[in-house]
Design a protein around this ligand. Structure first.
Ligand SMILES: NC(=O)C1=CN([C@@H]2O[C@H](COP(=O)(O)OP(=O)(O)OC[C@H]3O[C@@H](n4cnc5c(N)ncnc54)[C@H](OP(=O)(O)O)[C@@H]3O)[C@@H](O)[C@H]2O)C=CC1
Ligand SMILES: Nc1c(N[C@@H]2O[C@H](COP(=O)(O)O)[C@@H](O)[C@H]2O)[nH]c(=O)[nH]c1=O
Length: 595
């Protein structure tokens, strides 16, 4: 909803003009289908290039026909948006572009945004905002500043079918989202298991549990990972190659975690002619053997604390986005306990191997009751040849809902605020540190009575004035009574109670234009309050640069809501007032210096 209002002389009759934007559209099903298509396109480079931000773009004409598509092949190649614009040609004009993720123009590169603008795209639908904070929101703001209508799923319009489409956008960039929200790469634990829960025979022999088809899927999984990691014991037992076997495209680095460095002189992994191998080990382990490995071109990295989290934080710093854990149960248990595993992929083969000591996929987690079991979420089941592929998440993909409500509008109101750098000042109850910002604070205000004469009326609080205005100007004696009852209410809470209950029980007493004017009414009351009390005005000015959020968990219009899903209009109006005061003081400072 785009809202513009002009500042009027008297609040009682001022109108705010609502320009209803795209919310009226009910193309949700179409939007969802094309966003899902964009997410599918974004996947196209997986396995071909090193994991990177995955972008897909679908351009559709006003009649809903696909005019052009594109996806980002690899970092530094032509953006998906530019490719789709090229493919759509003159059909771009007046059309809609669907993006699984906000364009990632970075370091001054505006190729994606300018491609859409110059092509004459009229509307852009975005699955998710860019997860990386330094990029988040800038392309959306740039597109809007060029007059393009931009809808962000989950922020501008809600619906179940769109929620599913949005989920596909989160999934296709899970590694990037995790990079934005944590200091470890996105990790998938993958294993093949017999029906009786073994990952090898009691002898340690494991070739093969899963079918050829399943192992082809594993090669794909490896291809979309930056690295594959195993424990020392798996190297000793299997002498694995851990390659993607696809002949072209991306080959993941192979990592071995070993405390003892007790590894064989000869191993497939020491052949680094095509794929690098990195050994991560305890500091000081077997120095001579380290030299031997180095002579083979195998990189050795030492850790004081060799544990999965330290190792993952290290590879996060090396820019790895996605790791495939193909280790045995011992290391798997350690990785799960360190909560570095986000997703589990298990190939269950219809085989029985038995063996009391045969190894299982996950070693000791210290759990003794079934109620302690870790439940996977978003579990999916797929038959792959004779095997059953069960995959699910141990940790949900962070949802990226703005950490502040209405982040775009916030930046528009007060450009000095960076939604992700600035502090956020929450206020709600009058006894909070910034409780005086609340409408319930006991600061009487003098407001014009409206009409010809310049009479003023005293209201005990902003809340009294705001609630009474719901019923002002309604030709009904009951409405007049209501205004009087609210005006004389002994507390702001009482005034709010009368106003809210009357609005619910007797809607016919509410003025017709209330939805149009309520923001203006509130603005004028706040302007009066902060102009009347200098200490309140200086308190407001002292918050410069911070985001102000009324942390009401249930008032999703004036408040910010529990997870920032509220519109936070009270916070917005206070930030707008603050900007105006700051503007006034900088203008008067200039005048005095030039005088
Ligand atoms: N079916 C399947 O999908 C798979 C089956 N397997 C099978 O599983 C068996 C190997 O399982 P497992 O013995 O559990 O081997 P792991 O792959 O779990 O390796 C365990 C070794 O990892 C090293 N390590 C380094 N840091 C840690 C840590 N923080 N916590 C735990 N271990 C650490 C140690 O090596 P070190 O001793 O050198 O110090 C440890 O002995 C083999 O038979 C193999 O065939 C293995 C992988 C997949
Ligand atoms: N046995 C077994 C798996 N074992 C895993 O695969 C590794 C061998 O990989 P490579 O040397 O590239 O063929 C081995 O070390 C272990 O990590 N994987 C599976 O998908 N299915 C199976 O049945």
């Amino acid at each position: 909803m785009a809202l513009s209002f002009r500042i009027c002389s008297s609040p009682l009759i001022c109108r705010a003009t609502l320009s209803n934007g795209e919310n009226g559209r009910n193309h949700h099903a179409n939007d969802a289908a094309f966003i899902r298509r964009a997410a599918d396109l974004a996947e196209m480079s997986a396995g071909l290039t090193s994991p990177h931000p995955n972008f897909g773009c679908v351009i559709t004409t006003s009649s809903g026909k696909v005019a052009g598509e594109g996806y980002l092949y690899a970092q530094g190649t032509k953006p998906a948006e530019a490719l789709a614009v090229e493919a759509a040609g003159e059909f771009c004009r007046g059309s809609t572009a669907y993006l699984n993720m906000e364009p990632g123009d970075c370091h001054g590169d505006h190729t994606a945004v300018s491609a859409l603008v110059q092509a004459g795209i009229e509307r852009v639908v975005v699955g998710i905002r860019h997860p990386l904070q330094h990029l988040r929101g800038s392309a959306i703001r740039e597109l809007r500043s060029q007059g393009i209508e931009v809808n962000v799923l989950g922020e501008d319009f809600e619906s179940k079918v769109l929620e599913d489409a949005r989920k596909s956008c989160l999934l296709v960039n899970a590694p990037l989202i995790h990079r934005a929200c944590s200091r470890v790469p996105f990790s998938v634990l993958k294993y093949a298991m017999t029906l009786d829960g073994k990952i090898a025979a009691s002898s340690g022999h494991a070739a093969w549990i899963s079918s050829k088809l399943s192992r082809t899927r594993v090669f794909e999984l490896r291809g979309r990972s930056d690295a594959v990691i195993v424990g020392g014991n798996t190297v000793r037992q299997d002498d694995p190659r851990l390659t993607a076997r696809h002949g072209q495209g991306h080959t993941p680095t192979r990592i071995v975690m070993t405390q003892s460095l007790d590894l064989p002189e000869k191993a497939n992994l020491w052949d680094v002619s095509e794929v690098p191998t990195i050994i991560v080990t305890q500091r000081g382990a077997r120095k001579s053997y380290q030299k031997f490995l180095a002579s083979k071109g195998v990189e050795v990295v030492e850790f004081d604390m060799l544990n999965p989290r330290e190792v993952m934080e290290y590879f996060h710093l090396r820019g790895y986005l996605s790791i495939l854990w193909e280790c045995g149960g011992t290391l798997a248990a350690s990785a799960i306990s360190s909560s570095v595993i986000h997703k589990v992929v298990a190939f269950v083969a219809p085989k029985i191997i038995g063996g009391r000591n045969a190894p299982s996929p996950v070693g000791d987690l210290g759990m003794v009751e079934m109620t302690q079991a870790l439940n996977l979420i978003d579990v999916s089941y797929e038959q792959v040849g004779p095997d059953m592929l069960v995959s699910g998440f141990l940790q949900p993909i962070p949802d990226l809902i703005p950490i502040i409500p209405s982040e775009d509008a916030t930046v528009e109101i007060d450009p000095s605020v960076n939604p992700f750098e600035s502090s956020i000042i929450f206020f709600y109850k009058t006894w909070d540190p910034y409780g005086s910002f609340s409408n319930f604070s006991p600061h009487p205000i003098q407001m014009p009575c409206g009409g010809e004469n310049d009479d003023y009326m005293t209201w005990s609080s902003v809340e009294h004035y705001y609630q009474a205005n719901k019923f002002v100007g309604v030709e009904n004696p009951m409405a007049h009574d209501c205004v009087e009852k609210i005006r004389t209410a002994r507390s702001p809470e009482e005034a709010a109670l009368i106003g809210r209950s009357t609005l619910r029980q007797k809607p016919e007493l509410v003025r017709n234009d209330w939805e149009d004017v309520k923001i203006e009414v509130m603005y004028m009351a706040l302007k009066c309050k902060f102009s009347t009390y200098p200490h309140l005005k200086s308190m407001l000015l002292s918050t410069a640069g911070s985001v102000l959020v009324e942390s009401s968990p249930h008032d999703l219009f004036w408040g910010g809501g529990r997870e920032g899903e509220g519109l936070n209009y009270l916070g917005r109006l206070l930030m707008q007032l603050r900007s105006e005061y700051l503007e006034e003081s900088s203008v008067s400072a200039e005048n005095t210096s030039s005088a």
